[in-house]
Design a protein around this ligand. Structure first.
Ligand SMILES: [Zn+2]
Length: 178
């Protein structure tokens, strides 16, 4: 299961698929992720387990990181500071970075792109978003602030991506304090 990289009820400032004109230059049909309007320095957490890779540029995503796993990939972008190292294995809920305003950005925010992978390969790359999918449904999953232990997810959330998640998947972090 994945959950929002920000706790609470973060404000979505740009939804998935919005502003097609702005994203045509990237070959996308619209915004290929979700933007949360949060102040620079806001702690960002891993939406799922994986291996982190760190990236830095002046345009586009700016300072960003990718969390890769067999079945999924998250991109967390426009960051201010990394809190993990390149190649580090990370677990859902780990602090990953502090949000920022780097790259092509009109104000401090966190951008989250999510892609479904199969054996490490992005699926549905021809969906108009290079395989990115809308995970707005999961932005509310921090509402339960005890996600590492006994979070309960709705059936609709489980079915949202038509993926099967082990019931005990989040229990990997039993020794972790949220
Ligand atoms: Zn964005």
């Amino acid at each position: 299961m994945i959950f929002c990289p920000l706790p609470g009820i973060p404000t979505i400032t740009q939804g998935f698929g919005q502003n097609p004109d702005r994203y045509a230059v990237y070959g996308f049909e619209g915004h290929n992720g979700i933007d949360f309007g949060v102040p620079t320095g806001t702690e960002v957490y891993a939406p799922h387990d994986g291996v982190a890779s760190l990236h830095e540029g002046n345009e586009g995503y700016g300072k960003y990181l990718v969390i890769d796993a067999d079945k999924r990939r998250s991109i967390l972008a426009h960051l201010h500071e990394f809190l993990v190292t390149d190649g580090q294995t990370v677990y859902q809920g780990d602090p990953m970075a502090k949000s920022g305003n780097t790259g092509t950005s009109t104000g401090p925010h966190l951008h989250w792109t999510y892609k479904i992978l199969k054996n490490g390969t992005v699926q549905n790359k021809d969906n108009g978003y290079d395989g990115a999918v809308d995970v707005t449904e999961f932005t509310r999953l921090w509402l339960d602030q005890d996600l590492h232990y006994d979070a309960t997810y709705t059936d609709s959330a489980k079915e949202y991506l038509h993926m099967t998640f082990a019931d005990n998947q989040y229990l990997k972090n039993l020794n972790r304090v949220a």
